[in-house]
Design a protein around this ligand. Structure first.
Ligand SMILES: NC(=O)c1ccc[n+]([C@@H]2O[C@H](COP(=O)([O-])OP(=O)(O)OC[C@H]3O[C@@H](n4cnc5c(N)ncnc54)[C@H](O)[C@@H]3O)[C@@H](O)[C@H]2O)c1
Length: 360
């Protein structure tokens, strides 16, 4: 993947800035990717992961930062897209010095990039990073932060799922539908509760014994199945991938019985073209980055001074955005994933362009 765009379109290709950061003493090796600041400062989490090599780390940060630009645009935020990776094993490398060194590099970008949690980084880490930079969100509640972002991620997924249900069955509710939840982690647990409250029947699975035990004791009415393969092959109306990426691959899509897919997992489409296979099979896919934007909405709110009710209101609008995307997809005769990308690019271009109006 190249950093420099070969076309003159500033929105759909090419990253604005990619920064390599190193602090030898603490072992920090980080790459910060800023895809676009057309809508505002770039926001996206820091992934701390033992990549095989530098090329892997770079490919991931380029991919993830681009995805954040699209997610933030459709979440209605005045924020661009960025992401960072720290290359290494967090269990071995993470230290106060490393996190603070990283924080100083974030600060050096002077607000062009805001960081947050991602795989391998936690709320407590953001508190440490915040000792060196103002440009960090997802801190603990004690430090004025938004806390656990999975609360509004689950709320947003539920809203997106309601919009998909309305599109397919004519009514914005999951009442009486069988919803298969794959992954009962932070998001899956909250989502299960919303679904049950709405009157849905939930079928679920998780590889972790603790998660299975949680659902058995907390929601005994949920049907547990052995694994994801059993879940997708079962008689469900909606499939909610809430574990890892790549959930929608050729094997899964071939046997999936659900009419709707809407879940929290990032990067659900295993490869380009699978969105078309879903559409051809009559399965409505609510794009992952649209319905799972509640988390970024929650942490973005912290930049203004966190207010849960305001953030929840914004996450509730995922219903309207999903509805608009599904209508656009029908109107333009394209899969919803394509319609979502078009809408995001339109907002980046239409609103981003306004900065050309000179103010002083
Ligand atoms: N937490 C957020 O705010 C947020 C925001 C946006 C997107 N996401 C995405 O949503 C997904 C879930 O996030 P989370 O925070 O709940 O993570 P989590 O780690 O708390 O939960 C994931 C759960 O999936 C289970 N799991 C893993 N592999 C599985 C498999 N093969 N089959 C069944 N279950 C399996 C795990 O045991 C775990 O319980 C991830 O893809 C994440 O990137 C999360």
């Amino acid at each position: 993947m190249g950093v420099f765009a070969s076309t003159d379109d500033p929105v759909s290709t090419g990253h604005e800035q990619v920064v390599f950061c190193q602090d030898k003493q603490s072992g920090l090796k980080a790459i910060i990717g800023i895809y676009s600041t057309a809508l505002g400062p770039a926001l996206g989490g820091t992934r701390f992961y033992p990549y095989a090599d530098e090329a892997d780390a770079l490919a991931d940060v380029l991919d993830l930062s681009r995805g954040m630009a699209y997610k933030n645009a459709l979440a209605g935020l005045d924020l661009g897209g960025g992401k960072a990776v720290i290359w290494g094993d967090p269990d071995q490398l993470k230290s106060e010095a490393l996190l603070r060194a990283y924080g100083r590099f974030v600060e050096s970008l002077n607000g062009r990039y805001y960081t947050a949690c991602d795989v391998g980084t936690y709320v407590a880490d953001m508190d440490v990073i915040a000792r060196e930079t103002r440009f960090v969100t997802g801190r603990s509640v004690e430090h004025g932060g938004a806390g656990d972002s999975s609360v509004l991620t689950a709320w947003g997924v539920f809203q997106g799922m309601r919009a998909a249900a309305e599109h397919v069955w004519g009514s914005p509710t999951l009442a009486g539908r069988r919803v298969g939840v794959a992954g009962l982690g932070k998001v899956g647990k909250y989502l299960t509760a919303h679904l049950l409250d709405d009157g849905a029947e939930v079928v679920a699975t998780d590889v972790a014994p603790r998660a299975r035990e949680w659902v058995r004791t907390t929601h005994p009415q949920v049907t547990l199945v052995d694994d994801t393969a059993a879940l997708v092959a079962s008689d469900i109306d909606v499939y909610a991938p809430c574990a890892l990426g790549g959930a929608l691959n050729d094997e899964t899509v071939a046997v999936l019985r659900a009419r709707v897919v809407a879940g929290a997992a990032n990067n659900q489409l295993a490869h380009p073209g699978i969105e078309k296979v879903l559409a051809d099979r009559g399965i409505l896919y609510a794009p992952d980055y649209v319905v799972n934007a509640g988390g970024v909405i929650q942490v973005a709110d912290e930049i203004e001074g966190f207010n849960f009710e305001r953030a929840k209101l914004r996450a509730t609008r995922i219903f309207d955005t999903t509805r608009e995307i599904l209508r656009l997809a029908d109107d333009e005769g394209v899969p919803p994933a394509v319609a979502a990308d078009r809408l995001a690019e339109r907002r980046m271009a239409d609103v981003g362009r306004l900065r050309a109006i000179h103010l002083r």
